[in-house]
Design a protein around this ligand. Structure first.
Ligand SMILES: [Zn+2]
Ligand SMILES: [Zn+2]
Length: 458
């Protein structure tokens, strides 16, 4: 806008707050502010944006993590109607050709989070909700260093994402303030590192001069990764680490989690990874099997069965006395989680288990043992095994041998494995109460187990 020249815009020209910083305002909050300033409802504003694109769409919402074409059109309309450039800096759109549509949302969408200390000192006329609050992998407020909160401190209620600014800092249910003193659990080096990486990604997007990154970056990352994976025969594992299911096909977009994982494996900052993908991929790959860390899905609650399933898988892998482990599909079914969810939650344990399962013996022996294992499970179903060792059931292997047509030695192996499995499964299903006592930080970042399984080593 030239000096002295006045231009009418359909919406008031509210600038995006925190531009060019890691604390840039999220587009979600910007729209709420627009609604607060104009008195228009969210639906009315969204309807206006959509109709300026010749569409209808008052039910749409702008979300900072949306990177689809429709979202991009809506952001551009908002820039035009408000006469404010760079609103896309309040979104992840500069990464749209690299990250996928579900870059940050989980199975249930991204829950609303806030910093309790920020809310405690909130002034709606000058404050804003930063984009980073919506990125689940960062666990604490960059200003106050306290953990984010996602429920009312008094009644525990979750809060709707679109709540209007006037009442936004109050619980929707009990009307208590959502502001609080915040909790300051100790942060591990890994947590701190992940926080820094996520902030640097946001800072990257918040820079007005930043162009949308080219899709070539993704191809470079994938081809670099593929070359490494081939060299080390670890293609499955690397594939699951970055949710890369079909390495033969065109590269599929990454999630923020995959991007940060990849930068952890490469030992380079995530911004270097996207700015100089080829060079970054030339750095040596850190060895995934030597107790390295990575981010699992942050969305699983402590009581989520997927955690029990993962626990069970780890225990089976760690048990040096076992000479047979069942297929992961049996484990998932018994723990009442889907395979996809288990893999998504902890790709490393998943890949590690599948690897150990395949490597334990040849396919025909595995088949025979699986048959015997299932028969053994069936037999154990009707027996009370609590407090009894496997010697107590000395007669059972003979029965398993007969029913499943395997050698006695395989019947023994399967029987012993089934006894252990049934016990561990029972503990896994009872695990939720204990798990909820584990520090909350586990919810955000999971560390991989140490590679001590005898099965993995065979
Ligand atoms: Zn704060
Ligand atoms: Zn409440």
């Amino acid at each position: 806008m030239g000096e002295g020249k006045f231009v009418w815009t359909a919406l008031p020209p509210l600038p995006l707050r925190g531009l060019a910083s890691e604390l840039v305002e999220s587009i979600d909050y910007y729209v709420l502010r627009m609604s607060w300033t104009t008195g228009w409802s969210l639906s009315q504003i969204m309807g206006l944006l959509a109709s300026s694109n010749g569409r209808s769409g008052s039910g749409q919402r702008l979300r900072c993590y949306r990177t689809d074409e429709e979202a991009e059109r809506l952001v551009l309309s908002m820039e035009k109607l408000a006469g404010v450039p760079h609103l896309r800096c309040g979104t992840l759109l500069p990464l749209k050709d690299i990250i996928g549509r579900k870059a940050v949302s989980g199975w249930r969408g991204t829950p609303r989070r806030w910093c309790p200390l920020c809310y405690k000192r909130w002034d709606a006329t000058t404050d804003w909700e930063p984009l980073v609050w919506s990125i689940p992998h960062i666990s604490r407020c960059p200003i106050h260093r306290c953990l984010f909160s996602d429920k009312c401190p008094r009644c525990g209620a979750k809060q709707p994402g679109d709540r209007a600014i006037a009442t936004r800092c109050l619980c929707r249910k009990c009307k208590a303030s959502l502001g609080a003193d915040g909790s300051f659990a100790k942060q591990s080096k890994l947590h701190a590192w992940v926080d820094t990486q996520v902030l640097s990604l946001v800072n990257f997007c918040a820079e007005p001069s930043q162009q949308v990154l080219s899709a070539d970056v993704l191809s470079e990352l994938m081809s670099g990764l593929k070359a490494k994976a081939n060299g080390r025969n670890r293609i499955d594992l690397l594939g699951t680490a970055v949710s890369w299911s079909d390495p033969g096909n065109a590269p599929s977009p990454l999630s923020i989690r995959a991007l940060v994982n990849l930068s952890a494996f490469q030992g380079v900052p995530v911004v270097d990874l996207i700015m100089r993908p080829r060079e970054a991929m030339e750095a040596p790959l850190l060895d995934l099997w030597s107790g390295s860390h990575w981010i699992a899905s942050p969305f699983a609650r402590n009581e989520d069965p997927v955690k029990h399933a993962r626990w069970l898988a780890r225990r089976l892998l760690d048990d040096r006395s076992l000479r047979y482990i069942p297929p992961i599909s049996i484990l998932a079914k018994d723990s009442r989680v889907s395979l996809i969810k288990l893999r998504e939650f902890d790709p490393e344990v998943y890949a590690w288990y599948v690897h150990a399962y395949k490597r334990q013996c040849g396919p025909s022996l595995r088949q025979a043992r699986e048959r015997a294992f299932l028969v053994a499970l069936k037999c154990l179903e009707n027996l009370d095994i609590s407090g009894r060792s496997h010697h107590y059931f000395w007669w059972l292997p003979a029965e398993i041998e007969k029913k499943s047509h395997v050698d006695r030695s395989d019947a023994d192996v399967a029987f012993y494995a089934a006894m252990r499995y049934v016990r561990l499964l029972a503990r896994a299903l009872k695990h939720s109460e204990r798990l909820s006592m584990v520090t909350n930080s586990n919810r955000w970042i999971e560390s991989a187990p140490s590679p001590a399984s005898p099965l993995a080593a065979t």
